[in-house]
Design a protein around this ligand. Structure first.
Ligand code: CP
Length: 316
């Protein structure tokens, strides 16, 4: 594997290998000395054209725990503001010694274009491209589900038959797309619940069936996992729902809806959360919530992805 651009690029064997290696990385992350020499002498660049807390920092921590050097590039404050292109920016960073670029960009396809342009020879990891994909988020979500279900016996296990309900702003969500692709490869049954205005034009999005009411979805589907999506106000040029209060009443995971889930069901959110809009504090902070586990697992999963892409090379 040279790049990680889409969850669809991963075979079941590759997904299981990444998740199993992440289990080993999580053991390292529980030690006092959380460090492996695997990527000593390599340089990893976080190339971020959009804001991020979790993804950027967890890739930085992951690369450092594998002993790589890390350069953080943020478009804000860089020569991008003087008109420098993605090509010139990437070539400049590679000239400084980068061997992997972790790319977050507002344009769908930006990471794919870099990987296939011939401009550079670095590994490219898609850390979120517009509304398109966020494959490492899907991997860490799958890892979190597997760990909650199978505990310390997760290695080699798929998510066969697991019922996952993805709720909310599907239209603007790269997390929804990557999760649909990855979870299906792992054998999960994934359904959507969203207002019609926040579903893609073809509502059978990637073949998933959908509900136009959250209460119906909970009562009929009895999900094992409820994944709440952030309402992406920054990507909305029009009004997709009447008021925040109305959205919260119809689509928010309230304390009452949380109580109607099965007691073993888990509540996920990729973050950052809009508390009081798509998720209540009662749900976000409940014992069923995996929000902070997802963040912690993100480090192990991203260590595993870097390991899979970069560890086999001869040091330059
Ligand atoms: N889940 C996620 O991608 O969060 P950040 O935008 O903070 O990276």
């Amino acid at each position: 594997m040279k790049h990680l651009i889409s969850a669809a690029d991963l075979s079941l064997d590759e997904i299981l290998s990444i998740l199993d290696t992440a289990e080993e990385m999580s053991v390292v992350n529980d030690r006092d000395v959380k460090k492996l020499p695997t990527l000593r002498g390599k340089t990893v660049v976080n190339l971020f054209f959009e804001d991020s807390t979790r993804t950027r920092i967890s890739f930085e921590v992951a690369a450092k725990r594998l002993s790589a050097d890390v350069i953080n590039f943020s478009a804000k404050g860089s020569s991008v503001s003087k008109g420098e292109s993605l090509k010139d920016t990437a070539q400049t960073l590679e000239a400084m010694g980068a061997q992997a670029l972790i790319v977050r960009h507002h344009a769908s396809g930006a990471a794919h274009n870099l990987a296939n342009s011939g401009w550079i020879s670095s590994h490219i990891i898609n850390a979120g491209d517009g509304k398109h994909e966020h494959p490492t988020q899907a991997l860490l979500d799958a890892f979190t589900m597997r760990k909650r279900i199978h505990g310390s016996h997760s290695r080699g296990k798929s998510l066969d038959g697991l019922k996952v309900l993805i709720v909310g702003d599907v239209l603007h969500s790269r997390v929804a797309r990557s999760n649909l692709l990855l979870l299906r490869s792992l054998g999960a049954e994934v359904r959507l619940a969203a207002p019609a205005t926040l579903l893609p034009a073809n509502p059978n999005f990637l073949g998933a069936s959908y509900y136009l009411g959250l209460d119906d979805a909970i009562d009929e589907f009895h999900p094992d996992v409820v994944m709440m999506l952030r309402v992406q106000l920054e990507r909305m040029s029009a009004s997709f729902f009447p008021t925040a209060r109305e959205y919260s009443r119809g689509w928010g995971l309230s304390a009452e809806r949380l109580a109607r889930l099965s007691e073993n069901a888990i509540v996920m959110h990729p973050g950052p959360m809009n508390r009081g809009l798509e998720i209540s504090s009662e749900a976000a902070d409940s014992a069923q919530s995996t929000v902070l586990e997802q963040v912690a697992n993100g480090i192990s999963v991203r260590m595993s992805v870097l390991y899979h892409l970069m560890s086999g090379e001869t040091r330059e």
